[in-house]
Design a protein around this ligand. Structure first.
Ligand SMILES: *Cc1c(COP(=O)(O)O)cnc(C)c1O
Length: 388
């Protein structure tokens, strides 16, 4: 790596487009090489752990994407993982049996499922809250016992908003840490650490990589939590949920366009949300960018540059009509996941376990980078098709 002024920029567009401006000093290559080596030569003078040793612990290909994500989040260090789930579970693996955690009911379903099986078996005490409002959190946290408050904002799949600053203040007063799943917002729109969060988690399989062709995760700790970073680093090595070097390289490649992708998806999603809200066949639109979203003011306060590419809507006519509508789209793809270049639509409750709290008449939409008129026309023709 060579010195440059790029990393001093406060603009995410510059940080992303240049991937912090790192250059390979051995070759002057502007795209850093992929280094798949599993093992690294030891220093003959110091046969202990001099520098890198084994890739399950650390690999030079991780360094640049970790530095970029850390910079974007304003953190004290970042670690990459084999998936968003392995990043999430790493945060809970720090905890001890008997520790109390607070989780929203409507949270990424993979976490809810893990908590109800393995988390509970591990001995974690869980309280689920309907939302992460100050009132709900106040009655859920137990001073001295609650170790972690988990927040997703906007939360999957109904896009509720949590005031990170208010939640952090409350959690800290009870002695708990706050972890934010920032997958949907990305650091382009929200930097949770600035609002008081302790740990940020990402599924990089979504917007961070942005091309629907890789599974990865990341954790970032706030600057005061370097001890937690060391602990997480040890856990990543011990549990082995480390990202492959090729995936790390590909993730960085995807992140170079993160700023533009998130901006375009946010602009189009707002238009699609407004279009759906004025549509007679739609019962309700869930999108934090709409002025009548219950916590639009909080979204305005903690999201900058847009409200993200994710929205959901409830279809008049219930579950049957919703499923029919999802089956009639021609440009949207009916599929799981989100944050890729192409738009997808999904009957979310049908993908989750039978006990899911997700509304059954609801479709979840990820807005991609197609022309927004094509997307609105497509939804309109699908609505017309089921009305016939
Ligand atoms: C997809 C997702 C995850 C899980 O990430 P994987 O990379 O699929 O393991 C976690 N949180 C949110 C909000 C997600 O959308």
């Amino acid at each position: 790596m060579k010195d440059n002024d790029i990393a001093k920029s406060t603009h995410h567009e510059t940080l992303n487009a240049t991937a912090l401006g790192w250059v390979d000093t051995a070759t002057d290559a502007m795209a850093m090489p992929l280094r798949p080596s599993t093992s690294f030569l030891r220093n003959p003078e110091d046969l202990g752990r001099a520098g890198r040793s084994f890739t399950r612990d650390d690999n030079p290909t991780f360094s640049q994407p970790e530095a970029l994500i850390n910079k974007l989040e304003g953190g004290g260090g970042c670690l990459l993982y084999a998936s968003g789930m392995s990043a999430i579970t790493a945060i809970f693996q720090r905890l001890k049996p008997g520790d109390h955690v607070v989780l929203p009911k409507l949270v990424y379903s993979g976490l809810r499922d893990w908590m109800n099986t393995h988390g509970v078996r591990w001995g974690l005490q869980v309280t689920y809250v309907d939302d992460c409002s100050p009132q709900a959190l106040q009655s859920a946290v137990i001073k001295g016992q609650t170790k972690l408050v988990w927040i997703e904002t906007p939360s999957n799949p109904t896009w509720k908003i949590t005031d990170i600053a208010a939640a952090s203040e409350l959690a800290h007063a009870a002695g708990a840490l706050v972890a934010i799943d920032n997958t949907v917002s990305t650091p382009i729109l929200t930097r949770p650490i600035e609002h008081g969060a302790d740990i940020v988690v990402h599924s990089c399989s979504k917007y961070m990589n942005g091309h629907g062709d890789l599974i990865a995760g990341a954790t970032v700790v706030a600057p005061q939590h370097t001890a937690i970073l060391e602990e997480l680093k040890g856990l990543r090595n011990e549990y082995g949920g480390v990202l492959g070097s090729f995936e790390s390289w590909l993730l960085l490649r995807g992140m170079r366009t993160l700023s533009v992708r998130v901006r375009v998806a946010s602009e189009s999603a707002l238009q699609v949300a407004q279009f759906l809200r004025s549509n007679d066949s739609v019962e309700e639109v869930m999108y934090p960018g709409l002025v009548d979203h219950p916590l639009h003011d909080v979204a305005v306060k903690q999201m900058t540059g847009g409200f993200g590419g994710m929205l959901s809507f409830r279809v008049k006519g219930g579950e049957k009509a919703a499923k029919q509508l999802a089956g009639k789209v021609r440009i949207f793809r009916q599929a799981i996941s989100f944050g890729s270049t192409e738009s997808v639509i999904e009957h979310r409750a049908g993908m989750e376990k039978p006990d899911t709290p997700t509304p059954r008449d609801m479709l979840r939409v990820s807005i991609g980078l197609e022309h927004v008129d094509d997307l609105m026309d497509d939804l309109q023709q699908a609505i017309d098709a089921i009305a016939e």
